[in-house]
Unconditional design. Structure first.
Length: 403
């Protein structure tokens, strides 16, 4: 684990200021934890289908300081702008917890972490005062929820955990809070840098690409979404239904859609054209083609062929918007604007879908011109905030850690 200096100084100050305001001037953290958000580079919606994903942790994190006040019983948590008023949690009541309400925020994720730790017989902190802050932008598709859950796992677990355990606990917490997410987001946050994630067994392999003269940037569409209430759970169920039909009728040994090769899928389409309806056919088509794009993308990334990688990103976005029907017209408008700009190698929707951001791969020397063009174009059309708030260039960052 690392020195607290690895947490941005502004975040440290925000954590301290809000901790003092909530818990008194004598409050000081005795433990710090942080976990980064992530960029999904290639592999949209294939992690829960057992497919391959290329993802990268970013240099934006959720950070937590935990201190102990006098006669503190249970957990008291203040979560920045999301929950500026402290809320209380009795860890005993978290045993077996699953969300029965409609909200999913810091309180629900903390309860989910405690329940997941308890289920695995991992000792957890039962009393303390937590101050949470982050610079992972909300609604940007960088998985701030996974970053929060990973950071909470490091904060609340009393024993050291393996990377696999941290991923599993953080994912379990999101499930308990009501979001049926895969394990890719948490894996990227734990690992840091760039990983190749395998959804079939939730393992990952670290990669070390050199971006050189290129950069990734995220542009906010202004259309926000929540996984729990979006089409994400619907797509999960559609994928499960398609898999079951394939297993029962033509491919009993198929473990997941991500294991279906393009050749096998083409044969099934030719020999059993009426097995799946049009919707399920398109869902499978996306998964099969997306996994193949990731396989090609690995080679492009390792050979630093960024032109090729950009083209794969664009194709991924097109498939996500059409075959998987998970994008939004405003996001696709933003993607189109980005792709038309000089210096942009590729662009696509990113994340759960139905809003959120567009991810672009561009030349570093084009960043300012692209930001200016978006400010005069897309952002001005929709009365957006400043370009600085809506267009962010990201570099790959370190993984989750505690001190």
């Amino acid at each position: 684990m690392t020195d607290v200096a690895d947490i941005d100084q502004d975040l440290q100050l925000r954590i301290l200021d809000r901790g003092h305001a909530a818990f008194g001037p004598d409050w000081l953290p005795r433990r710090w934890s942080s976990a980064p958000g992530r960029l999904e580079l290639l592999g949209n919606h294939v992690d829960y289908n057992g497919g391959l994903v290329l993802a990268g942790a970013v240099n934006r994190v959720v950070a937590i300081g935990i201190g102990q006040g006098a006669e503190v019983h249970g957990l008291s948590i203040v979560a920045g702008d999301v929950s500026p008023t402290p809320f209380e949690i009795d860890p005993v009541l978290a045993r077996g917890w699953h969300n029965t309400g409609s909200e999913s925020g810091p309180r629900e994720y903390a309860l989910g972490i405690l329940a997941a730790l308890d289920q695995r017989s991992v000792p957890s902190i039962t009393s303390g005062q937590l101050s949470i802050a982050g610079n992972v932008p909300l609604g940007f598709g960088m998985s701030s929820s996974a970053a929060l859950c990973v950071a909470l796992t490091l904060t609340l677990a009393e024993s050291d955990l393996s990377e696999a355990d941290i991923v599993a606990i953080a994912q379990d917490a999101e499930h308990r809070a009501g979001s049926p997410v895969g394990a890719m987001d948490q894996s990227a946050s734990v690992a840091g840098g760039v990983i190749l994630f395998d959804g079939s067994d939730t393992s990952f392999r670290r990669l070390d690409p050199e971006l050189g003269d290129y950069a990734f940037a995220v542009a906010d569409s202004g259309i926000h979404h929540a996984i729990r209430t979006s089409a994400y759970p619907v797509r999960v169920k559609e994928s499960q239904r398609a898999l079951k039909l394939l297993q029962e009728n033509v491919h009993p040994g198929l473990k997941n859609l991500g294991a279906l090769s393009p050749e096998e899928w083409k044969m099934i389409e030719n020999d059993h054209p009426d097995l799946l309806d049009d919707v399920l056919t398109r869902r499978v088509e996306h998964v099969v083609s997306e996994v193949e794009r990731v396989r090609v993308g690995i080679g492009a990334l390792e050979s630093e062929d960024w032109e090729r990688f950009g083209a794969l990103m664009t194709a991924s976005g097109r498939s996500s918007a059409t075959d998987y029907d998970i994008s939004h017209s405003r996001v696709e408008e933003l993607v189109g604007d980005l792709r038309a700009l000089p210096g942009v190698l590729g662009a696509r929707m990113m994340g759960g879908g139905e809003g959120g951001p567009a991810l672009a791969l561009l030349r570093r020397d084009a960043v300012d011109d692209v930001a200016t063009a978006l400010g005069k174009g897309y952002f001005s059309r929709y009365a957006s905030d400043s370009v600085a708030d809506r267009f962010q260039v990201c570099v790959f960052g370190v993984g989750a850690r505690k001190r």
